[in-house]
Design a protein around this ligand. Structure first.
Ligand code: NIG
Ligand code: FE
Length: 408
């Protein structure tokens, strides 16, 4: 959109945005949506300047472009706060073996899983990684994702980790250094690998990344190793994230609280003590139901977390092994059918609360005056089709900073 020009999205069937101000939303506030029927949105220089009912639309003069919203519903651009888009190759072979009964953890222990993607990513090189991230970013956009985080973690050597972070930054994502994802084969053990990563990779990674992440799990890194890694990353100025309680409760939640992490993600194995511990904490629980579904694992205790007062977000976990899925609308459908969340709770969890995890909640996550004009127009008569139309092709147009891309 040309700077200074105004764009009017008019005659929308509905406009829905998480209610209130500030973030994260918790408890009953998570489920409150501001709904405007027969709505317009006015955009100027990439920002939303007004939202209202068509019958209240003021006279705008003639330097206004118009976009016809008839039959469409507007929601905020979706925010995917947990993805792994920087990888080479695929895991379709492993997927087929798993489909026939092998378990994800067994394949990982046998040197497949994450480490097979590490081999393919190293082979892809800087250009191949950049192309892959760009391609994956395009997939996300077509599903309505306008703000996204992207992790490294499939390089695990200096060159490939830094190339992954640069690729995410160049494609417009928020880069997270997942330097502690697995122990690469050239190191004897996790401690030796972490010594290398913290001495040789962290100084440059901290210049590109916004956050650091660790896979705290049996067969990956234990709580002591995760503390060592995250403390060094925090001292280097990075925000902290953890993959925790995916298969076992190995101390991720207490560590996240101790270190003041932004989030602890997965939580499929979290019990009632974990949910209670997160209740009043300033650590967001990032739930990844597509990953639980893809691995045929139990779903995370979303309802218990929300009812206890914990801040939750929803994300895809897009990656080649445990969640080859970039669709936040599908995740909203899973939230409503598998996690016991209302569509309104799901919407807030993948907009305003996800933006909070990325430190961007003042900029994106609401369709309201002052926010960036990142907006998804759904081909639906009711915005709740976002969760209701399971696996549906409902993203009609995506606006990024007021710039519309028509997708169907
Ligand atoms: O979030 N659990 C660790 N990391 C990713 C999966 C990575 C992979 O299987 O390639 C996850 O599920
Ligand atoms: Fe992940």
């Amino acid at each position: 959109m040309t700077a200074g020009r105004r764009l009017l999205v008019r005659d929308l069937a509905q406009l829905a945005t998480p209610a209130g101000a500030g973030a994260p939303l918790r408890g009953p506030s998570l489920g409150k949506v501001d709904l405007v029927k027969d709505a317009y949105v006015l955009i100027e220089a990439g920002r939303i300047t007004a939202v209202g009912r068509m019958r209240d639309l003021p006279a705008l003069g003639d330097d206004v472009q118009e976009l016809d919203g008839r039959g469409l519903c507007a929601v905020p651009g979706l925010v995917d706060c947990h993805t792994h888009p920087a990888f080479g190759g695929d895991r379709v072979e492993e997927f087929s073996v798993r489909a026939a009964g092998a378990s994800y953890e067994e394949l990982h222990a046998a040197g497949g899983g994450i480490l097979s993607t590490v081999r393919a990513t190293r082979e892809a090189g800087e250009e191949g990684i950049a192309r892959a991230v760009e391609r994956h970013r395009g997939w996300m956009l077509r599903q309505g994702t306008t703000t996204w985080e992207g992790k490294s973690g499939y390089g695990l050597d200096r060159e490939t980790e830094l190339a992954s972070l640069r690729a995410v930054a160049a494609a417009g994502g928020a880069p997270t250094w997942l330097g502690a994802h697995a122990v690469p084969p050239e190191f004897e053990d996790a401690d030796a690998y972490l010594d290398f990563a913290l001495a040789e990779v962290l100084p440059e990674a901290a210049r590109i990344a916004e956050a650091a992440d660790v896979f705290l799990e049996r067969g990956a890194f234990d709580a002591g190793q995760a503390r060592h890694y995250l403390t060094a990353c925090r001292d280097a100025g990075l925000a902290l994230r953890l993959h925790g309680d995916q298969f076992t409760e190995a101390g991720a939640i207490p560590l996240a609280l101790e270190l003041g992490a932004r989030s602890v993600d997965h939580l499929e194995a979290t019990g009632s003590d974990g949910a209670r511990a997160l209740a009043a904490a300033d650590v967001t629980a990032v739930l990844l139901p597509a990953s639980a579904l893809f691995l045929n694992r139990p779903m995370p205790p979303a309802r218990a977390l929300v009812d206890a007062g914990a801040a939750i977000a929803l994300a895809t976990d897009f990656n080649p092994g445990s969640a080859f899925c970039e669709s936040l609308p599908l995740v909203c459908g899973l939230a409503a059918t598998q996690l016991g969340l209302a569509p309104a709770e799901a919407l807030a969890a993948c907009t305003v609360n996800a933006a909070h995890v990325l430190g961007r909640a003042e900029e994106v996550g609401r369709t309201a005056p002052g926010y960036a004009a990142d907006i998804v127009l759904l081909d639906a008569p009711d915005w709740r089709y976002l969760a209701y139309h399971l696996g549906g092709d409902l993203v009609h147009t995506v606006l990024v900073r007021g710039d519309p891309t028509r997708l169907r």
